[in-house]
Design a protein around this ligand. Structure first.
Ligand code: SAM
Ligand code: SF4
Length: 477
């Protein structure tokens, strides 16, 4: 018997929803702070460096700073703040697309329902196992599973696929954290997904500007702006306190979107006492059958500036950059903003096993610009003095949500995240690196050990590193 899907599973029109974006307020703040004086911009930078949270108004000041020398000051301050909060760590993950069926018609996406050129695929259990094995064989420990929006990809389906991924153990490989990027659910459905042991649940608002939102999402469940905007509030209600927000840059004015993202952060902090764990700000890429109106395209100049502003405005929120961006831009903004990147990314359906040289846009969501392998990305990070991290300790020790905020205080990241990054780097070097990479990686670990002043703690760390060399795995603080 054919399965009948209910495309209107959620009776969205009947649900009370409290939207919290005030467009007039955002524009008023942006206009009121046009052409700020040098002194005013420096005052805001100094406040951020003092680790005080910036108000929306102060963020508007930075957004309006256009003097190239001042922008350099913003970037330098962001670099300093980032290093103080995060040290040199960069967290690595990979996306895994589970299915590209979609009932929505987002004008910017290769998966949109009206794109008849897109070949539709949903991974079977065997496919998931094969993709995950291939990812584990390169050294990945953290994945984000990505789904189109379709009644077939309901909460039970998502939960099952998460469990499948955790179940794949190959050689020394295993996935220790599975994040999700999927459609907004209702509270009961989020509970089902939470049960499967997910990390972060990500939903990007795409654009916080309602009129634009309605123009680019004309049909399907996604056409409801408020349902999406309140999507992660329902996740919180269901007990998912680790959430990620995002805006797709290029649909509307980036200055408005940055303010929208920060308004969203403030909403979470005010209501749940914890901000989102991560913010994403992908720039629109070309996709199958797509003509992008370049009106709101974000230049490299504005993009790098906005990343530095976000870093100053929300110092404890993870900032994610993906392989949509070319290597040179990634390398630049890693210095002063980004804390998480993907590596060895392939977004073609079943792409991790097909090893194609060229992208097939009719079998994936959009064009990526960075197709370096994970080992290339790792070498580059180590070469630039960063510590690549596959750490998953906080989530497994329940240090998420409000608890995570308590831990995100000075010292915590250096005491837990930094050593855990070194432990996961050592695992990577033992299991997946060639001799040259291993040598460079261990040289970095040795340098870092030199920075530990507490001899007892340093001994503990050295002991665990030794155990990893002897074959033990998954050691963390
Ligand atoms: N279908 C789910 C949804 O829409 O929420 C999952 C998200 S989709 C597979 C992941 C994200 O990719 C979207 O939220 C959107 O921001 C981004 N995206 C879509 N088309 C894109 C494009 N052409 N370039 C860059 N990012 C794109
Ligand atoms: Fe579907 Fe998501 Fe693409 Fe929109 S962005 S068409 S909902 S996969």
């Amino acid at each position: 018997m054919a399965i009948v899907y209910n495309p209107q599973k959620y009776k969205i029109e009947d649900k009370p929803m409290q939207a919290f974006i005030d467009e007039d307020e955002i524009w008023q703040l942006l206009h009121a702070n046009e052409d700020p004086t040098i002194e005013r911009v420096r005052e805001v930078i100094a406040k951020a460096l003092n680790k005080e949270r910036l108000s929306l108004e102060e963020t508007a000041v930075l957004i309006n700073a256009n003097d190239p020398a001042l922008i350099e000051e913003i970037k330098a301050a962001a670099k300093e703040l980032k290093e103080r909060v995060y040290g040199k760590r960069i967290v690595l993950f990979a996306p895994l697309y589970i299915g590209n069926l979609c009932i929505n018609d987002c004008t910017y996406c290769g998966f949109r329902t009206s794109n008849k050129k897109q070949k539709r695929t949903t991974l079977t259990k065997d496919d998931v196992v094969d993709q995950v094995k291939a990812l584990e064989d390169t050294g990945h420990k953290r994945l984000i599973l990505v789904y189109g929006e379709h009644p077939r990809y309901d909460a039970n389906f998502i939960a099952e696929s998460v469990k499948m991924v955790y179940g794949v153990k190959h050689k020394n490989g295993e996935i220790r954290r599975v994040n999700i990027n999927a459609a907004p659910l209702d509270v009961e459905d989020y509970k089902i997904v939470k049960e499967a042991g997910i990390g972060t649940y990500q939903i990007f608002q795409e654009t916080y500007h309602k009129e634009t939102y309605e123009k680019v999402h004309q049909s399907g469940t996604k056409k409801h702006y408020d349902w999406r905007l309140t999507g992660l509030d329902r996740a919180q209600e269901a007990g998912i306190d680790d959430v990620g927000i995002g805006a797709l840059l290029g649909l509307y004015d980036w200055r408005f979107e940055v303010m929208g993202l920060l308004r969203h952060v403030n909403h979470f902090e005010a209501v749940y006492n914890v901000g989102p764990h991560t913010i994403s700000f992908p720039r629109l890429q070309s996709a199958s059958g797509l003509n992008i109106d370049p009106k709101y395209q974000v230049s490299d100049e504005d993009f790098t500036k906005l990343v530095a502003i976000l870093r100053l405005a929300v110092p404890y929120t993870g900032l994610i950059l993906t392989a949509r961006e070319p290597g040179d831009i990634r390398d630049e903004i890693l210095e002063y903003g980004i804390s998480q990147i993907d590596g060895g990314t392939n977004i073609e359906m079943k792409g991790y096993t097909s090893h194609k040289e060229e992208q097939d846009l009719d079998h994936e969501q959009f064009q990526i610009s960075d197709n370096r392998s994970l080992s290339e990305v790792m070498s580059e990070l180590v070469g630039n003095g960063f510590i690549p991290s596959f750490c998953t300790a906080c989530y497994r020790r329940n240090r998420t949500g409000e608890h995570f905020m308590e831990f995100s205080v000075p010292g915590f990241i250096k005491r837990f995240c930094q050593p855990n990054a070194l432990l996961t780097l050592a695992e990577y070097l033992e299991d997946y690196a060639d001799e040259t990479a291993k040598e460079k990686g261990y040289a970095l670990i040795k340098d870092e050990l030199g920075n530990y002043e507490d001899p007892k703690f340093k001994d503990k760390l050295i002991e665990r590193l030794e155990k990893i060399k002897q074959g033990e795995r998954d050691l963390y603080f």
